[in-house]
Design a protein around this ligand. Sequence first.
Ligand SMILES: Cc1cc2nc3c(=O)[nH]c(=O)nc-3n(C[C@H](O)[C@H](O)[C@H](O)COP(=O)(O)O)c2cc1C
Length: 202
Amino acid sequence: MIVGLGGSLARSSTSRAALERALEGAAAGAETRLFDLRELDLSMYDPDEDEPGEAAAELIESCYAADGLIWSSPLYQGTISGALKNALDWLHVLGRRDPPYLHDKVIGLISAAGGTQGLQAINTMEFAVRALRGWAVPYVVPVASAARVFDASGAIKDESVEAQLSMLGAEVVRIAELFAQDRTVHRQHECAQAAQAVAAAG
Ligand SMILES: Cc1cc2nc3c(=O)[nH]c(=O)nc-3n(C[C@H](O)[C@H](O)[C@H](O)COP(=O)(O)O)c2cc1C
């Protein structure tokens, strides 16, 4: 399962539209689920009251169970939106799990900017990926002049950006599969070592 998280709180959101296109790219190889920040309507994360409500709990469990994620933020004041940051703060409760946080999960990154570039938001998200023990996909999609790329209904007008978003979705699936294969090989190796130890002991 590939989980998409993002969009702005705006009714018509370019970062949400971009996320939807990337999830379509992922859907060729995996199940997908969109967590739209406007619909989620999360309460502010409070470390003193961190029992998640229904929406936050569903988000947290889905992110923990996911094989890969795609995050998409608007560029706000040169960085990510408060709404996305708040959603990422809720993932802090995963620090109590074993393995903790988003351990070994693959995360694709998208930003949508009004101006000519949105790499600051991508870079900021990458810090959060590392803090949450995930792995950022090297290929990223910072959508510039986003209002010219999507129309008000969310339809995409730029074929090259559409191809980039689709490729990002496919990359998240491809790399998530590599991680899954590596886990299988690692488990097989551990089983073989345990069997050898038993044979040697007796
Ligand atoms: C509060 C706010 C801050 C913004 N700051 C920037 C900015 O620093 N640089 C920029 O290029 N665009 C900025 N924009 C424009 C948004 O990045 C752009 O409109 C984007 O498409 C919004 O994403 P959305 O359509 O998902 O809401 C800002 C917009 C808002 C509302």
